[in-house]
Design a protein around this ligand. Sequence first.
Ligand code: ZN
Length: 217
Amino acid sequence: MGFLKDDIQARIEQYDHWATRRRHGPNGPNNRRLWVLACMDERLPVDEALGIRVDTPVGGGDAHCFRNAGGIVTEDAIRSAMLTCNFFGTQEIAIVQHTQCGMLSANATDLEQALRDRGVDIDNLTLDPTLPELSLQPGGFAKWIGMMDDVDVTCMKTVEVFRNHPLIPKHVEVSGWIWEVETRRLRAPTTDAAARARTDVTADQFGVRSPQPGRWR
Ligand SMILES: [Zn+2]
């Protein structure tokens, strides 16, 4: 058995390298060279679902993790994936959406109307005050909200968007997954009714009767 002081020195050097990763561009990737896109929902535990450690105790840092409502493609998700895949050494994208998602729970057109009723001027919005160039065409707001008809279908379409996006290098491996909140199990997205029988994955199951604005169809 060696001396403790040698182990301590090795740990210090390991930590220094870990802490200064981003100075090294593609040569300082996260542990798994992985970017995760996941829904923000508190019932979706990214580490447990994927068997990784996103959070940052020493030795953590398996992935860059981006979370938003739904775990869907947005311009900021594209921006973040573009940066990590082109400049920080990431070679794989994992998209994780989940059953019982709040993005199934209402129709986006109704949500837009609810905001109008609260006095929000939907038609003259600056989405990002630091980037007024980023604007929606008239009628685009409800699509921008990104509510879903079907989680599995949305997940599969989200995968295709990243596979085909010009800002994501072609060698990047892209996969999509569904976390079943009810069973605490991860599975591939599917339209097979039997494979998703124990879970709520459609807006219809939430009592939403009208289809969402045409973002995912
Ligand atoms: Zn969700």
